[in-house]
Ligand binder design. Structure first.
Ligand code: ADA
Ligand code: CA
Ligand code: CA
Ligand code: CA
Length: 209
């Protein structure tokens, strides 16, 4: 987007791995991508369009860690989490159907990394959760975070030390009156409504530019 102030360090094409079948990170295990680019096989996982039938590139079981991964195009349905998860230094070069989905209850932390170019959502929240987003950059999407439409469970969102630019609709949209967001030390620009139907918002030390 026009407010982009960073540059992606290119991953050499030789370090691109095509994923034919969802990579499952077992309970408590860590997957370290060592900075390589992972792309979905469009025939088996999905083409990264808005089709809802796509599979994830990575599936994180309870307590799993995913780190140092570049998700290239196509990214299919990105990352799915089932329970607690740590997603560290993961770059979505071109968000697919969505970037990461919380599929089951847990405490999910996304630390470092960036996501860009999502037609709709970067983060999709489909289960009760605590969701921390720390030192993250998000640019050019419909919304950064969406709690699944029509659901009334509670998700607690914490955004800290991040940069958020060019969201068509919002940073966070929910239909749940119990869900909440806390945002601190974050810079943002051109984020639509910012909060869309969020009843509980706490903000400090943020800067709109
Ligand atoms: C849409 C769809 C949901 C779910 C969600 C997702 O919101 O209506 O049923 O599929 O996307 O997880 O991508
Ligand atoms: Ca979807
Ligand atoms: Ca999805
Ligand atoms: Ca995209």
């Amino acid at each position: 987007g026009e407010n982009q102030q960073w540059q992606i360090i290119e991953v050499p094409p030789a370090d691109t791995i095509t994923v034919n079948e969802t990579i499952v990170i077992s309970e408590g295990e860590t997957f370290d991508g060592e900075g390589k680019r992972y792309v979905a096989n469009p025939d088996t996982l999905g083409d990264g369009s808005q089709s809802e039938s796509q599979k994830s590139v990575f599936r994180l079981e309870d307590g799993a860690t995913l780190k140092n991964v570049v998700l290239g195009h196509p990214a299919a349905d990105g990352v799915h989490t089932y329970g607690d998860a740590l997603v560290e230094n993961v770059v979505w070069e071109d968000v697919g159907e969505d970037g990461l989905t919380i599929k089951d209850e847990g405490h999910i932390t996304v630390r470092g990394g960036l996501a860009q170019n999502g037609e709709d959502k970067v983060f999709q929240v489909n289960a009760p959760s605590t969701f921390e987003i720390i030192n993250f950059t998000a640019d050019n999407a419909g919304k950064m975070i969406r709690q699944n439409g029509g659901t009334t469970f509670k998700t607690s969102i914490f955004i800290e030390g991040s940069v958020i630019t060019n969201m068509n609709e919002a940073i966070f949209r929910t239909d749940s009156s119990s869900s909440e967001v806390t945002m601190t030390n974050t810079r943002y620009s051109d984020v639509g409504y910012k909060w869309y139907n969020v009843q509980n918002v706490s903000e400090s030390n943020n800067f709109e530019f």
